[in-house]
Design a protein around this ligand. Structure first.
Ligand SMILES: C[S@@+](CC[C@H](N)C(=O)[O-])C[C@H]1O[C@@H](n2cnc3c(N)ncnc32)[C@H](O)[C@@H]1O
Length: 317
């Protein structure tokens, strides 16, 4: 079976659409990951919802009404108003517990679907990464490090609330200048060497940028450009310049299937398409699924300024 046929089979009975060499599905990823055959996916690159409230319908409603909820409006600067950001620090103990359970359970279904040696790249934030990564390990995945996306997130750096004048020289948290992505892996089979795993499962390692340059764990990134936001209206859209490097690294031999179980508007699938890889995106909400149908071909077609350079040079000088 070739990758097209394998991908078509992975649609199961869900609403699905093929876009180039990829597939998008309207499904709940917990259900889909647990229903597909064991060891079907070679890698996962994803940006999860931080599941407790962020994407619950009432929160989305409050956000679009401008009524607050867990969303705060950061100050505008450079003359442009920023999109609302979720206030992660608002999570209490119980919510942190549900978040932990969410990621333990998710890791278990990922473990089932992923081939031995398959990598997981998962977006997080500096405030929650420790909790998320350790939950994923509790669910059976192996922690392999972090990928640091250098980007000014606009989180943190604020003076003490309602006492800004009194303590002008203090901020409550550092200003966020990076986004940590967990790098995890389904463990190799017992006694298996990396070379064996590459031969048998096409997984286990990361694809090099070039002969003399391995993939590195810091990427000098950017905020998602307006040109991409105009294509895909999702509050958590990740930039193509970053994602194309990650999906490229995720398949060590450039073969196999990458899944994004929390697809949103399809930026990971678009990145895979742009670099000629097969991928499957899964999205639970119909509106975002519909957005992704339109957005993926357009995002994938974007020519990036750094496209040629990142294949030759690490972006970090
Ligand atoms: C942080 S967003 C990802 C956005 C994506 N990075 C992009 O560029 O558009 C997470 C997405 O996961 C979706 N989601 C949440 N729970 C899900 C589930 N159980 N199965 C599938 N999708 C889910 C949400 O609707 C949301 O669109």
């Amino acid at each position: 079976m070739n990758e097209h046929e394998i991908i078509a089979q992975l649609a199961l009975d869900y609403r699905a659409l093929e876009i180039g060499g990829s597939l998008i599905l309207h499904a709940d990823c917990f259900e889909w990951l647990s229903r597909i055959s064991e060891n079907s996916i070679h890698a996962i690159v994803t940006d999860p919802p931080y599941g407790v409230k962020e994407y619950e319908f009432d929160q989305i409603e409050k956000r679009s009404n401008g009524n607050g909820g867990i969303w705060r409006i950061p100050p505008s600067f450079d003359g442009s108003t920023r999109a609302p950001l979720p206030r992660f620090t608002a999570l209490d103990r119980k919510e942190r517990d549900s978040l932990r359970r969410f990621f333990v359970e998710w890791a278990k279904v990922v473990f089932h679907a992923l081939r031995p040696g398959g990598h997981v790249f998962i977006a997080s934030n500096a405030f929650l990464s420790q909790l998320v990564f350790s939950a994923l390990v509790d669910g059976g995945l192996e922690f392999r490090g972090e990928l640091i996306r250098l980007v000014r997130t606009l989180r943190g750096g604020d003076r003490p609330k309602n006492a800004e004048q009194e303590f002008p020289g203090v901020s409550s948290m550092p200003r966020g200048c990076y986004e940590p992505w967990g790098i995890l892996r389904k463990p190799l089979l017992p006694g298996m060497k990396l070379s064996d795993c590459l031969r048998e499962f096409q997984t286990g390692g990361l694809r090099r940028i070039s002969d003399d340059k391995p993939f590195s764990d810091v990427i000098l990134s950017e905020r998602t450009p307006q040109s991409e936001r105009d294509i895909a209206d999702h509050p958590s859209l990740k930039p193509q310049s970053f994602l194309r490097q990650v999906v490229y690294a995720a398949l060590p031999l450039g073969e196999g299937i990458i899944a994004d179980p929390f697809m949103g508007s399809g930026s990971t699938v678009a990145a895979a398409e742009a670099v000629g890889l097969h991928s499957i995106g899964v999205e639970r909400y119909s509106d975002y699924y519909e957005t992704s149908r339109m957005a993926i071909p357009k995002l994938a077609a974007l020519k990036l300024r750094l496209e040629k350079e990142w294949l030759q040079l690490p972006l970090l000088n």
